[in-house]
Design a protein around this ligand. Structure first.
Ligand SMILES: [Zn+2]
Length: 351
């Protein structure tokens, strides 16, 4: 492992996070899909799926490789399952991101991490590729939104404790060779008062002291019905990023990940994080239609009015776990092909 992030081309492509799992590992097109294997077979199956996800990313021209979240059932829940102080048998129904009800585990005592959660998986990913690797963790605010707190009785206090735990995990991921650590904070598009009061501070606590590049991913969610119904209530312009972006621009976080393709997010909002890297969603995860390379290129081209080319990372709007596998992989190809079009244009313009 070197201290330097491996070299990447201009407009390096990267998936936000999850990719569909093979059908022999978990039920396809399902969130929280139960595993189809157990014991040693499950452990081997997860590694085989991760290998396959890396292989597809290589084949599809992806520059910053992720694990495709093949070893976890869900981007938030799996991390929480590894914590002490949370009782999964004691469940309460809460409203997730003000959008849909879910039965969630209860915080019954001080939260702590028994042991590293993803560090072995990340070390395994590191062995599979020479490209820079990115690992996603849930952000503190998004984590507390999927918990019922019967112990701290304070969302802020619980978020701070979780941020401290996330920081321990992130430091160990970095030591295992992870180049980029991403915190998923879709809750930043919902809880604006808390975002200002303690949300950004908790995120910075989670990222404190890291040498690895840091990303915060904020989105409008997977393409599931509860999210598409919510989006239909948001009007003709989605300006939620206006709340978080000015604060993130002044934060210690290196990269801001947002969605664009097929969304009603005004691209000029990117101006609010001027100076930061921008991971731009040029692939819609709420439709199975494959974008054409030209459509991807056009989205990136329009973004370049608001972000310098050397700070733009073409990406997907969100994770692709709920999509059919072939669709997700073809969307990765479209992402790479679109980025290549624009890369050529920029090279030509520079001559
Ligand atoms: Zn997302």
């Amino acid at each position: 492992m070197s201290d330097e992030t491996p070299q990447v081309p201009l407009l390096p492509t990267s998936p936000v996070g999850s990719l569909p799992k093979p059908a022999w590992l978990a039920r396809p097109e399902t969130l929280w899909a139960p595993w189809e294997l157990d014991g040693r077979e499950l452990a081997e199956g997860k590694q085989d799926a991760l290998r396959s996800a890396v292989h597809e990313q290589h084949r599809r021209g992806i520059d910053i490789v992720s694990d495709g979240e093949q070893t976890r059932q869900h981007f938030v829940t799996t991390f929480i399952e590894h914590l002490d102080g949370v009782d999964f048998a004691q469940r309460e129904t809460v409203r997730i991101r003000d959008r849909y009800d879910a039965s969630v585990p209860t915080v019954v005592g001080a939260v702590s991490r028994r042991q590293p959660v993803f560090v072995e998986d990340a070390a395994f990913l590191r062995q599979q590729t020479d490209k820079p690797i990115k690992w996603a963790l849930p952000g503190p605010m998004t984590m507390i939104d999927t918990l019922y707190d019967a112990h701290y009785k304070s969302r802020e206090k619980l978020a701070w404790e979780l941020a401290t735990i996330l920081n321990e995990e992130a430091r160990e991921l970095e030591a295992a060779g992870v180049d980029i650590i991403q915190f998923d904070e879709p809750a930043f598009n919902v809880f604006f008062d808390e975002l200002k009061d303690w949300g950004i501070a908790a995120l910075e606590r989670a990222a404190e002291g890291l040498r690895a590049e840091t990303v915060v991913h904020i989105c409008y969610g997977y393409g599931i019905k509860a999210n598409t119904d919510w989006k239909s209530t948001l009007g003709s312009e989605w300006r939620q990023y206006e709340e978080s972006f000015p604060l993130l621009q002044r934060s210690t976080i290196d990269t801001i990940s947002l969605e664009s393709q097929g969304s009603r997010v005004p691209l000029e909002l990117i101006e609010l994080v001027r100076g930061k890297k921008v991971m731009l969603g040029a692939i819609d995860v709420a439709t199975e239609r494959i974008e054409t390379p030209d459509e991807v290129a056009e989205t990136l081209r329009r973004a370049l009015e608001f972000v310098d080319a050397d700070l733009l990372v073409p990406s997907t709007n969100c994770g692709m776990a709920p999509l059919p596998r072939q669709v997700a992989f073809d969307k990765l190809s479209a992402l790479s092909a679109g980025a290549a079009i624009l890369r050529n244009e920029l090279a030509f313009a520079a001559v």
